[in-house]
Design a protein around this ligand. Sequence first.
Ligand code: GAL
Length: 634
Amino acid sequence: MLNLQKLHFGGDYNPEQWPKKVWAEDIRLMQKAGVNLVSLGIFSWANIERSEGVYDFSWLDEIIDMLHKGGISIDMATATASAPAWLTQKYPEVLPKNFDGVTLVHGGRQAYCAASEVYRTKAAALVEKIAERYAKHPAVVMWHVNNEYGCHAPYCYCDNSRKAFQNWLRKRYASIEELNSSWGTDFWSQRYYSFDEIPVPSRTPDGTHPNPGQQIDFKRFSSDVTLELYKMERDIIKRYDSKNPVTTNFMSMKFTYAMDYFEWAKEVDFVSTDHYLAQHDPYNYIDLAQQADLTRGFAKGKQWLLMEHSSSAVNWQPRNYAKTPGQEKRNAMSFVARGSQGAMYFQWRQSQAGSERFHSALVPHAGEDTRVYREVSELGALLKQHPEISEYPTDRAQIAMVYDYEQFWALMQANMPTQDLSYPETVAKWYRALWELGLRVDFVHPDATAAELADYKLVLMPMVHMLSDKQETEFTKYAQSGGNLVVGYFSNISDRTLRVKLGGYGGNLVKEVIGVYVEEFYPLRPEQTLKLSNGYEITLWSELSRLNGAEMVASFQGSDVDGSVAIAKRNLGTSTAWYQGTELTLDSQKKFFSSIASDLGIKAEGGVDTEVVHRGPYRFEINHGKNSVAVSKN
Ligand code: GAL
């Protein structure tokens, strides 16, 4: 388990990029800044295994001892994140192939196919050596497997991947017939007579796309085959160290979708994640809060660790704006408020060379006498003052929002009613509306049972496109036994294989439980906005529908579907269920949620510029506005 006695502060440490004389200076500056943990060796494979089977641990031994003497703990990496040149030179089949069949070459990072047996064997050998050597070292307090799995080449379309995909399908489907019917392969003559015939869903003739079921299964497979790699490394470490926790850093970012972190979270000893701000976005602290809350969702409410974020600018956005004075402290404390056991960074010392030389660090190019180093040192001191915060998880919210990577995968496919649909944007808009109202949210996966949801006053389902029968039953049970529910448009359209549920869109949940009969989609034109009968403003989406037991809250007007249901509700006895059959603008979404929250008596705190979060006895109040605000007394 994660240490619950202290808050961690530090970051990725890459001493191999520096001459040894800098190392002693590093330790001094780490101590001065209050650093108590570094992630070591993440990209060190080429420096540890200099040629096949020839290992050099001397430099690592030396720096590990220096850190230990300096009182700095180590999050020991397995160094498998980027294979050395000798490896891909000798075994080119390790290199991944992209969607167009192009082989991705060595020279960037993460150039490996997750299904490659050679990569797996070579990585296993390296992990074995590292675990054996450092498992008992007193400075090592946790294990950092690989790095941001799936960041650069999450989907590989090579022959190895194809075989692995076929084997994965063999396990998922009882027979080829079951696969054919799930994917609907009688369409366009796609029927398969054996699993060996199934291709990876790469480039198809222009204007066509691979079968939707095949596409989503390939995404599931890609997350699973990569997770197998993680488990392989983890299990090796566990043979040498049964005490210290093992994790791998996820990427909790708005547009990151390749790995299903709800599944991955089941395999780590604690959840750790990375988050980088879109610094050009003036409301990026809301995205930060959302991603932190989502990460707490992976962790099922428990504490987690922010493994990487940046002290100031990154170097991979079109324009890399520096953080403003004080901003980083607010960012870090917002993560801590939302359950992180501290604040870790990429990286300790800003690189002098290589692709990331213009990415900020704790020690900038300009050195110790800098705004960044001073500010992070202040933060280090602050975190040190309050180790007891770490004992408490963030308080549970009264509202839960459903989030699911598989919805992302389903909704990003082509051939939808409109290309303007965006799962991450809709979820972010719902979240922002709540944030600005001072309403806190927990994220849950659609596999949550009615019993698990029962403590939430309100469950929100933005664009939950696919629901299995079991999932639909659990949400129905939740709503019919006292839970309040909001179902967004284009939800429950398909089962988990992307076969449409017939007899009225939204399935039983929308048609019978809430009572709205949806016949046809009427997407709006780009930039088109309309006013509903109650004055709310909408964009993107309308639909032809009628009441089927629900009560009208607002209907469409001035559109092709005048009088159809835009928002409806159904009194279920002790609870209410709403259907939102459109995309509201932010202001209207706020009005809608605010009226629901006041109906249900859900308490708001903060909002507009101020963020208020409770973690046990601690109350975090963070002002993101331009004007100063007095801390509230309660
Ligand atoms: C992360 C990665 C780090 C570093 C950082 C820069 O994706 O794990 O190694 O590249 O981004 O923002």
